[in-house]
Design a protein around this ligand. Sequence first.
Ligand SMILES: NC(=O)c1ccc[n+]([C@@H]2O[C@H](COP(=O)([O-])OP(=O)(O)OC[C@H]3O[C@@H](n4cnc5c(N)ncnc54)[C@H](O)[C@@H]3O)[C@@H](O)[C@H]2O)c1
Length: 469
Amino acid sequence: MSSPVPISQLSRSLKQASLSPKKEVSTSPTSTYLDSAPRPRATTFDRSKKALKPFSTGDIKMLILENINQTALDTFHDKGYQVEFYKTSLPEDVLIEKIKDVQVIGVRSKTKLTAKVLSHAKNLIAIGCFCIGTNQVDLEYAADHGICVFNSPFCNSRSVAEMTLAEVIGLSRQLGDRVMEMHQGVWNKKSAKCWEVRGKTLGIVGYGHIGSQLSVLAEALGMRVLYYDILSLMALGNSEQVATLDEVLGESDFVTLHVPETPETRKMISTAQIAMMKDGAYLLNNCRGSVVDIPALVEALKLGKLAGAALDVYPAEPRKNGPDFKGDLFPELEELKSMKNVILTPHIGGSTEEAQSAIGIEVSNALSNYINEGTSTGAVNFPEVALRGLDWDQQNAVRILYIHQNVPGVLRTVNQILSDHNIEKQFSDSRGNVAYLMADISNVNLDDIKSIYEKLENTPYRIITRLLY
Ligand SMILES: NC(=O)c1ccc[n+]([C@@H]2O[C@H](COP(=O)([O-])OP(=O)(O)OC[C@H]3O[C@@H](n4cnc5c(N)ncnc54)[C@H](O)[C@@H]3O)[C@@H](O)[C@H]2O)c1
């Protein structure tokens, strides 16, 4: 057994540990799964396949804003790209100046990539949104100009599921109220209307990435899980899918919402739905603010129909951190803030170090796969095209990436240009106004490649042509 460490020494070593630049993933005293799990790479390295790249990856210039996670910077560094990195977003005039020159820009939610800003980006081929949403980017303008946009919609599913589970217990034990009372110096030891969650029913509305993770976690606590989804989805564990929303509402002690924002989900929980819930049940909304009718919820809490609620998302949210979560955002906010057993959090369901790290890995890999191989799988505004690799020892081959307007006759023109050569494989897909063709051509020399490139560049409906070796 090792001898005990004196407190003075322990606090010194803890300070040193937290200053260490290597601890970038988590400052938690316990290690996270990311510390031990192997990090996914851009693609599984296959010795039989040739690694493709543009003429020179050193020529790929990236503008990376808003303090994107180190995992992404590591990927870009490994690939040899030139990265200009900023911790913040940039004022529009500076952004316009900087975007002129780069092939890739990486942003989070604060940088607005409007048509005006993008019109100055003469070399841009891809945008990485290192977040869930993409409404900060004019996706249509980007697609029409051959700019492929990637995001990371599901890397934080586990984080949301874990927080939801914490709130289920928090509501059941009135933890929020007790914590607030203690901070105000009030000792209020009580057990009335505080419950264990074991044996209670959790109703999940929307059994997608988050809902299904939550289902597994809740069953581990001994909860019964019911779920409702518009799709017929395989149940995990012992959970059960029910046919209607009414059924899930009527049978659950806790109802938790995990649906996307659509016209159908707008105010899907209002007075009529709350009336169907058990007396003294709890409602949790960690999906989108528009899904719950807030006046109906406030009324139900006032009447004691519901015993509590947890909200992470709101009909309107402040744009920045600070003391702006106030009544002018939406009318019932001040009343909601004053209510008992109501947990309010600032849209942090997905905000963990692990989620940020995973987002960095996913989006940077998508970007480098697109730059180096042309693969657009996972793009949000663009045809999704991928081609298996060229053989490892294959010389004199080139990969053609041809983005063009989606109009009749283009493929005939392109195939005429390529038909003098050996087309090993090709694939093409379209989405809206834009189409994307990938083709591997073998037995070509430099003059052939130059000629193919020039002919493709001169086709009338071309948007961007790229060649990879
Ligand atoms: N609080 C946060 O920080 C945070 C973080 C991530 C995601 N979210 C939100 O959580 C929600 C769920 O995310 P996800 O990743 O699980 O999405 P997902 O797309 O994986 O799952 C959504 C599920 O809802 C189902 N669905 C759609 N319309 C429905 C309807 N009318 N009735 C019942 N089911 C319906 C879909 O079939 C799907 O199975 C989204 O709204 C997302 O924006 C919030």
